[in-house]
Design a protein around this ligand. Structure first.
Ligand SMILES: *[C@@H]1O[C@H](CO)[C@@H](O)[C@H](O)[C@H]1NC(C)=O
Ligand SMILES: *[C@@H]1O[C@H](CO)[C@@H](O)[C@H](O)[C@H]1NC(C)=O
Ligand SMILES: *[C@@H]1O[C@H](CO)[C@@H](O)[C@H](O)[C@H]1NC(C)=O
Ligand SMILES: *[C@@H]1O[C@H](CO)[C@@H](O)[C@H](O)[C@H]1NC(C)=O
Ligand SMILES: *[C@@H]1O[C@H](CO)[C@@H](O)[C@H](O)[C@H]1NC(C)=O
Ligand SMILES: *[C@@H]1O[C@H](CO)[C@@H](O)[C@H](O)[C@H]1NC(C)=O
Ligand SMILES: *[C@@H]1O[C@H](CO)[C@@H](O)[C@H](O)[C@H]1NC(C)=O
Ligand SMILES: *[C@@H]1O[C@H](CO)[C@@H](O)[C@H](O)[C@H]1NC(C)=O
Length: 560
């Protein structure tokens, strides 16, 4: 897909792209205007490796780097190619406006190097964090990427074959503009923000009826008072919600059943864009569902009399994409009459919910694969960590979501670094860790903010019939326990070892139940081990001492 001519019609372009998507390298950006330098990348999780594939329309040497500011100082560079005596590949760094140096520690691994049809394809990997002080630490902020290349492996001045582009590698959003773009807007109208520090506003509303199906491809925040809006969430309501309302939410009431997220924005976040081959389906339905817009106002100066009309703009197109986006809600089941309580005065209490997808066959046949591309993790105020484990054949194979510093006030849909496929029969376990040291009574698992939730919303394609899959321990045979009489870790283990009562719900709100599901044991979060590679075996000694190379590197760095 890196060789697509630039002027193909958009529709054909995404179809081609979608067909060619490598699940481990889901992101792609041309670094130059002429589309001769294409970068694809993907990563496992924020503590792991990042893999790059640079495809350049040249059979000469290719160079790629990460620069803190687009300048030379501190940039982390690799140069490689396939020459007459095989492939060469080196990790370098620049300390200032002088010759970049070969890193003592080679922290990039070359995975493959090839040349076909006049293109060089170089695939390489490093850990996301910097392994030595010469490497660039990749964060979820936009990073200046630099590139240069030659027409031969004999390194000489690159002329204009170089450039820079700013890309957010860990939080990448593709930018597509369909020709027929339009939008729906979910917002409050002249709402008077109360003069209190924290206020949650809920508005249950409908959109204008759309007779034909469209795809939402981008969510844009529309913020009137930047100093007051903390986060916004838009949920789709089930058919039993039939009346609009506008009210304060989470005030200890039972809330409503609108828990199918469609869009989210959190402070510090920007526009969210769905993958190029998928969109959220809207319209063309018999019944027009209600939606709930939830806005968290944070008013530290306790300002009074401010009116607000903020919300979310949902950009859509009638040019349908290959897949409908679906959202699978997983985690701890609430409202099942089985008690699941978090004891007070504990700094670390974990709850678990599981989803054995073998039960999906009750709701659809055959059960399709589920390609997860993003996740939104959700607890209430006491939540500190959320981990989502992915199991196959009883063994954990991956994490579908991982947030070890969970912050209720920063709830955002985050793109995974690769497309993770849930196969029929796989299991998903959601673990939430709470801190209740400042609470005197037990905390229930339920809807109010003073209660707790433990949910992972998995954004995936293609949409299927199942919308919910969660569980809680069957405590029927557990003796009545006063949480004050048992150590919290013992209580946690006791609950964890009970058989799970699992509920699956489909789009028509039809439930099915599975009793006696076993909760799988989740692995420890892997820690990063920095990889070191043998520099001398990767270095093409003849070119690194070549004066032309030095000149080239100097020029390359000096111009970016
Ligand atoms: C990171 O990449 C290296 C080299 O390719 C590999 O040995 C290592 O297992 C990877 N680590 C993880 C966590 O995937
Ligand atoms: C780059 O090379 C590929 C493969 O040879 C070719 O299909 C493509 O048209 C080239 N791109 C440009 C912009 O020249
Ligand atoms: C909101 O207030 C503005 C300015 O006072 C007014 O023009 C607008 O009509 C109001 N909108 C609604 C929906 O009341
Ligand atoms: C738990 O919360 C208390 C009070 O907010 C805080 O002092 C403590 O550091 C927290 N402990 C952990 C392990 O998060
Ligand atoms: C979902 O259910 C409908 C109606 O029961 C059925 O026609 C359709 O094939 C199902 N979808 C999937 C993906 O199984
Ligand atoms: C709890 O387990 C018992 C024994 O297997 C079973 O009879 C009961 O129906 C279960 N309750 C729920 C809610 O799953
Ligand atoms: C529940 O499952 C476990 C493990 O599969 C099994 O040993 C036990 O007999 C089952 N209990 C019931 C009541 O079905
Ligand atoms: C690195 O490569 C050199 C030359 O091929 C070899 O002699 C040396 O043993 C290698 N070192 C390691 C740690 O593999």
């Amino acid at each position: 897909m890196c060789s697509l001519p630039p002027l193909l019609p958009l529709l054909l372009a995404w179809a081609t792209v979608a067909g060619a998507t490598d699940p481990t390298l889901p992101f792609m950006e041309y670094l130059d205007r002429d589309r001769l330098v294409c970068l694809k990348w993907g990563f496992d999780n924020l503590q792991g490796n990042i893999t790059f594939q640079l495809v350049v329309n040249s059979t000469g040497w290719v160079g790629f780097g990460l620069s803190p500011n687009g300048g030379m100082k501190g940039s982390d560079i690799i140069i490689g190619g396939l020459g007459p005596s095989g492939s060469y590949f080196t990790d370098l760094h620049a300390t200032g406006n002088s010759m970049p140096l070969v890193d003592d520690q080679q922290n990039y691994a070359l995975l493959s190097m090839s040349e076909t049809d006049g293109q060089t394809t170089m695939t390489f990997q490093r850990s996301i964090k910097a392994c030595d002080d010469k490497d660039f630490h990749i964060t979820a902020q936009p990073i200046k990427l630099i590139y240069a290349y030659g027409t031969t492996d004999e390194i000489n001045y690159h002329g204009n074959r170089r450039g820079t582009k700013e890309v957010n590698l860990l939080n990448y959003m593709p930018r597509t503009i369909p020709t027929d773009s339009n939008y729906l807007i979910a917002k409050v109208d002249n709402f008077t923000v109360p003069s209190t520090l924290t206020y949650y506003h809920c508005k249950i509303m409908k959109f204008p009826k759309l007779n034909t199906k469209i795809h939402i491809y981008q969510i844009e925040p529309v913020i009137e008072n930047h100093d007051l809006i903390h986060h916004m969430l838009l949920y789709k309501c089930p058919p039993d919600v039939t009346e609009p309302y506008e009210n304060q939410c989470y005030v200890g009431d039972i809330g409503d059943n609108c828990f199918n997220p469609v869009a989210s924005w959190g402070i510090g976040g920007g526009v969210f864009e769905f993958p190029e081959n998928a969109g959220v389906p809207f319209g063309g339905e018999d019944n027009d569902p209600f939606y709930r817009l939830e806005i968290h106002y944070n008013n530290p100066e306790i300002k009074a009399g401010i009116t607000d009309s903020s919300g979310l703009r949902l950009h859509y197109s009638a040019q349908l994409r290959q897949h409908d986006v679906g959202i699978l809600t997983t985690g701890v089941l609430i409202r099942s009459n089985l008690p699941y309580n978090i004891p007070p005065k504990t700094s670390q209490f974990r709850t678990y919910g599981t989803c054995d997808t073998s039960q999906f066959s009750v709701h659809m046949n055959p059960v399709p694969d589920i390609s997860v591309f993003a996740v939104l993790l959700h607890t209430h105020l006491a939540g500190r960590k959320v981990r989502v484990g992915h199991f196959r054949g009883g063994k954990q194979i991956d994490f579908l979501g991982l947030d070890e510093n969970y912050n209720f006030e920063l709830q955002q849909t985050v793109n995974l670094g690769n497309i993770k496929t849930i196969k029929p029969g796989d299991e998903i376990v959601v673990e939430c860790t709470y801190n209740t040291t400042d609470r005197d009574g037990i905390t229930k698992m339920d809807l109010a903010t003073t209660d707790e939730m433990c949910v992972a919303f998995l954004f995936y394609y293609p949409a299927n019939n199942v919308t919910y899959c969660g569980s809680r321990p069957n405590t029927t045979f557990l003796p009545t326990i006063n949480v004050n009489d048992i150590a919290s870790d013992e209580y946690e283990t006791l609950l964890k070892n009970q058989p799970q009562f699992q509920v699956v719900i489909d789009y028509a709100n039809r439930p099915s139940i599975l009793k006696n599901v076993t909760l799988r044991q989740m692995m420890k979060t892997p820690t990063v081990a920095c990889q070191k590679y043998n520099a001398s075996s990767r270095l093409c000694a003849s070119w690194i001492v070549n004066r032309a190379v030095m000149l080239l590197l100097f020029l390359w760095i000096a111009v970016v």
